[in-house]
Design a protein around this ligand. Structure first.
Ligand code: MG
Length: 245
């Protein structure tokens, strides 16, 4: 009797599943809104239509020297710009939080030096979190300080470096940290980095602001600029655009 009841209930369940599948339509799981905004994706030399172009090859009007507040004094020449050693970092006038950044960089051909003293620069998200720029085609340094690393925090998954003197790309998805009203950390910054189109950082959660010495930590802040590092090396940049997310 028990077995018969069990069999009947299994059969009923099966038949209702079959019925549900027969009555369900493909349209039931289609979503037609919202409709994604149309964007011209651009190409290797043209930014997507909804991006803010941070350097178009002509001038550094979108960048300042944080030391002086004046327009960034680095050298603009032939559609690219180059660190002017000793003038300090440069920073975007506009502030950003969550963003997608495309940036191209080149370490100088024929550079001397080794370790950290070889084509060193860097991209600071929110003025605090450094994605390292360095020549590591063959140059060896500590792994969490080489190109593609989140400096002193995360080793790149692979070494995707091109040779010194060759242009390289970073495509980055950055998620800003969030803070509670009392200033404590609600959620850490996260970053995904493609170096020359190769994934080197996969949505890692940052440990805090970049520190040269000691452990990183967070202190509450809102949107801030993108900063490029003057590490006394003539590293060049071009074709920089950003999309707010
Ligand atoms: Mg650096």
């Amino acid at each position: 009797m028990k077995n018969t009841l069990l069999t009947i209930s299994v059969l009923l369940t099966m038949s209702s599943l079959v019925n549900a599948q027969q009555t369900a339509k493909p349209e039931d799981t289609e979503q037609w809104t919202p409709v994604p905004v149309k964007v011209d994706p651009g190409n290797a030399t043209k930014a997507p239509s909804d991006a803010i172009v941070l350097f178009d090859g002509k001038n550094l009007n979108q960048w300042i020297s944080p030391k002086t507040g004046e327009t960034a004094p680095w050298i603009v020449e032939n559609g690219i710009f180059t660190v002017k050693p000793g003038t300090g970092n440069i920073r975007t006038r506009e502030k950003f939080a969550d963003c997608q950044l495309h940036i191209e960089w080149r370490t100088p051909a024929g550079i001397k030096g080794e370790g950290q003293d070889r084509g060193n620069s860097g991209i600071f998200f929110m003025e605090k979190y450094e994605l390292q720029v360095l020549d590591n085609y063959t140059n060896v340094t500590y792994s969490n300080g080489q190109a593609g690393s989140i400096y002193k925090q995360f080793i790149p998954l692979v070494n995707a470096c091109r040779k010194e003197g060759e242009w390289q790309t970073y495509d980055v998805i950055f998620t800003a940290p969030k803070f509670n009203a009392d200033g404590s950390l609600l959620s850490p910054a996260r970053i995904t980095v493609l170096h020359n189109n190769v994934l080197v950082q996969n949505n890692v959660s940052l440990k805090g602001a970049t520190e040269y010495i000691g452990q990183p930590s967070y202190s509450a802040h809102g949107p801030l600029g993108i900063e490029l590092q003057d590490h006394s090396h003539k590293v060049s940049y071009r074709n920089i655009w950003i999309r707010k997310l």
